[in-house]
Design a protein around this ligand. Structure first.
Ligand code: C2E
Ligand code: MG
Ligand code: MG
Length: 755
């Protein structure tokens, strides 16, 4: 502990008894010396004696003496000379002169030179004892006063130091509330000098809005337990009005103050005006702490990235708005907004750019709000909106359309234009739900409906949507289990080279042995799984199993077989698809050209550089890429040029049109022309009849796939098929009874009926 603050030291009391005092007897007559010793000896005294002046000076030089009994007449130098030495050396001893002189002169001289008293010889023993006792007592008193004075001075210094160097504002006011003292912190913190505040009322420095609060606190009169303690008050800096921002003109301080009372006054009545002298106060600058608290509070209720309210604040406001709407019997709207294909943005441009874009999107959505509406970030690319004052449901639709509209303007990422759309679901209170949870859930369900029906739009919640939503949730959960518990199986459908009727490869098609519904085809679940994040796991499972099977066939000597695997466009947008495929090929030591990736034609609509680059990377590695269901998105034909594909698969919808009744649509020859033009390989799928088979063959389609040859089959049946030398002899079983009308010799001069 710092000794300055040691209470023992502060409050120590001098213990007179403990201090031994020393007396020096300077007397040339030995008898006199010994009788003086006898008279004056006491346990608390230390007596020394010398017989000459010089011996006295020598003794004083080496020892501490409190009282000197000094004979004037000494054999060497006079006692006055010794006294002179004592005075000139400021020796801190009392001196009592002893003399046998009758004249008073020497006594006066001695007193002038600093002796404290004078005793004439011969003396009364009691007289000398009393004088010595008094002298020693006075000496002690004097020393103790000196010590007290020095301590007081030190203590005052200390307090002044503490006050002036305090990081807090310390002030005193008179009974009228005017400053009588301010420490230097007022100048360093607020800019006011002592002189500028002296005599001025305290509210000179209080922020206008806080004056009422500061009244009776800054000029506190109480001194009991009710004194002002830690009151938050804002103080103005000097020249505050000329500053622009609040931060530079004000500080927030924590104020504690108490009344000062005259000690003589009546302490039991602190408010008595006779005794109240003013106020003593301390104010601590808590601006930074306050700012930190506000920042923490802000972040507790706002999203870090967009600075929009977070779900906590959103739900808080919803609660109030619902209570209010219920009281007033009015409608309230809740929106669920999900950006379409935002993952693609992140994958294409990176997460930092994605985040920047989210900020701009948030800002644009926020600008569509009316006062009182709240838009909050739900997380990722999801936002929720609360519309507390709705007269009609259409009002919510107007705002929703406005949001879709403002998103329509392209965004700029790295100087590239980029388009964002959103799916918006709307639920209304009280129609669609009476509490936050239900309203949000129903808005979410409505949003999913928009997603399912093509995205970029809005929809109000309708009760029938709920069952659909429930199914979706259940399905997603069940698929998780299916992947884990081997409920999935790959079926294989042969692709046949019609020139020699040999199997050149298989398309792997997933099947789900559902514990309740039995064997499910992908049509029952694939779309929902594609919407959820589970498609990645499903694709991983399919690719792994297809590669395992391919490896088996290759090791059985069927080296030329290839497997086509369907990869959803969503999945293809994943940034590591190339790496994953490469990894599989390496792991199973498969030639890259034995794997074909089928991507639906929709992928061509994403003319994003990143998708093209991935396709290019796969092609460079030798992996085959085919465009599935080709012809279903007419608009995309133009894009074909940009995409590095090997194969196009004519969609079966065109093939099934092909019958004796409807000989063909012009699409098939057109697609064949495109394939030839681009030098692409062609596979025709959905070939069910011999008529279709022969007609397509005549048109120049080489490879075909369809029920005419084989259904998709489990691997055990495929293995049997592969064992046959001519696997498709049996296809005759499928042949329609009537034979095809035209001479079909495989030439392209095949003419359609009616042409
Ligand atoms: P797809 O890739 O166009 O596959 C061809 C679909 O047509 C298969 O349906 C197949 O059974 C069916 N099909 C084949 N020949 C004929 C025929 O002659 N007549 C008729 N009417 N249909 C025929 P499936 O197996 O139900 O698959 C449906 C779609 O599901 C596939 O269309 C594909 O897009 C998707 N799919 C299948 N497996 C997977 C997978 O593992 N991953 C992904 N992402 N999608 C898959
Ligand atoms: Mg396919
Ligand atoms: Mg297809």
């Amino acid at each position: 502990m710092n000794s300055l603050f040691n209470p023992d030291r502060q409050h120590s009391v001098i213990n007179f008894k403990e201090l031994e005092q020393s007396i020096l007897l300077v007397e040339d007559e030995p008898r006199m010396r010994s009788s003086l010793r006898i008279l004056l000896d006491e346990p608390s005294r230390n007596l020394a004696e010398v017989g000459t002046g010089m011996a006295a000076i020598d003794y004083l030089k080496s020892s501490k003496v409190d009282l000197v009994l000094l004979d004037i007449h000494l054999p060497d130098i006079t006692g006055l000379k010794v006294l002179e030495w004592i005075s000139s050396n400021n020796y801190p001893a009392y001196v009592i002169m002893l003399t046998a002189d009758r004249k008073i002169d020497s006594a006066i001289l001695a007193l002038r030179q600093g002796a404290k008293d004078f005793i004439k010889k011969p003396f009364e023993p009691a007289q000398i004892q009393q004088k010595v006792k008094n002298a020693l007592y006075n000496l002690r008193l004097e020393r103790s006063h000196a010590m007290m004075a020095s301590r007081l001075e030190q203590s005052e210094h200390l307090h002044r130091f503490l006050v002036e160097n305090s990081p807090d504002l310390i002030y005193t006011l008179d009974q009228f509330g005017c400053f009588t003292f301010v420490n230097t912190r007022f100048e360093s913190l607020l800019g006011y000098t002592f002189e500028e505040l002296l005599g001025h009322p305290y509210f000179t420095i209080v922020y206008e809005e806080d004056i009422a609060k500061a009244h009776y606190a800054f000029n506190e009169r109480r001194k009991d337990s009710r004194v002002t303690n830690n009151l938050e008050v804002r103080l103005k800096c000097k020249g505050a009005d000329s500053f622009k921002s609040f931060d530079s003109r004000c500080i927030t301080a924590m104020l504690s103050a108490m009344g000062i009372y005259n000690e003589q006054g009546d302490l039991t009545k602190p408010s008595s005006d006779n005794s109240f002298m003013g106020t003593y106060g301390v104010a601590r600058d808590i601006t930074e702490r306050k700012a930190a608290e506000e920042t923490i509070a802000f972040h507790a209720f706002h999203d870090q990235l967009t600075l929009l309210p977070n779900q906590r604040l959103f739900k808080d406001r919803m609660e109030m708005a619902i209570a209010n709407a219920s009281r007033r019997g009015v409608m309230l709207g809740v929106m669920f907004i999900d950006l379409d294909r935002f993952k693609l943005i992140n994958d294409t441009y990176g997460h930092a750019e994605g985040d920047e874009l989210l900020k701009v999107v948030a800002n644009r959505i926020n600008n569509c709000m009316r006062s009182g509406d709240t838009v909050a970030r739900k997380g990722g690319d999801e936002f929720t909106v609360m519309l507390p004052y709705l007269s009609y449901p259409e009002d919510a639709e107007i705002i929703g359309r406005k949001i879709l509209d403002v998103l329509n303007t392209p965004f700029l990422i790295n100087d590239q234009e980029c388009h964002i759309t959103a799916s918006i679901g709307i639920a209304l209170y009280p129609r669609d739900g009476e509490n936050i949870g239900t309203l949000l859930k129903h808005a979410d369900i409505a949003m999913y409906r928009v997603k399912a029906s093509g995205k970029n739009g809005l929809s109000f919640f309708a009760p029938e949507m709920e069952a659909c939503y429930q199914n979706r949730i259940t399905l997603e959960n069940e698929m998780l289990v299916a992947i884990k518990n081997s409920q999935l199986e790959l079926y294989y459908q042969p692709q046949v080279r019609t020139s020699n009727m040999e199997i050149v490869g298989f398309e792997a098609l997933v099947r789900w042995h559902h514990p309740i519904y039995g064997l499910l085809n992908p049509g029952a679940f694939i779309e929902i799984i594609e919407e959820s994040g589970l498609i990645e796991s499903l694709t991983a499972w399919v690719m792994e199993n297809a590669c395992v099977q391919l490896k088996k066939w290759h090791s059985q000597g069927l080296n030329n077989l290839r497997i086509a695997v369907n990869v959803s466009p969503h999945e293809f947008e994943r940034s590591d698809i190339v790496g994953r495929i490469q990894n599989l090929l390496d792991r199973y030591e498969l030639p890259p050209c034995s794997l074909e990736i089928e991507i639906t034609e929709k992928i061509l609509l994403h003319d994003s550089l990143q998708v093209i680059e991935k396709m290019q990377a796969l092609r460079e590695r030798g992996v085959l890429i085919s465009i599935d269901d080709f012809g279903t998105c007419y608009s995309s034909l133009n894009y074909l040029r940009q995409f590095p594909v090997n194969t196009i698969k004519i969609d079966r919808s065109f093939v099934c049109d092909l019958s004796e009744q409807h000989h063909t649509s012009p699409i098939i020859p057109a697609i064949i022309g495109i394939a030839r033009g681009f030098g692409l390989h062609l596979v025709t799928e959905g070939v069910e009849t011999e008529y279709q088979f022969l007609a397509l063959k005549a048109l120049g389609c080489d490879d075909m796939q369809g029920y005419y040859f084989s259904m998709p089959l489990p691997v055990s049946e495929i293995d049997e098929l592969l064992l046959k030398e001519t696997p498709f002899e049996s296809v005759a079983d499928f042949r329609p009874a009537e034979s095809v009308e035209w001479p079909l010799s495989g030439n392209s001069s095949f003419k359609l009926k009616g042409e």
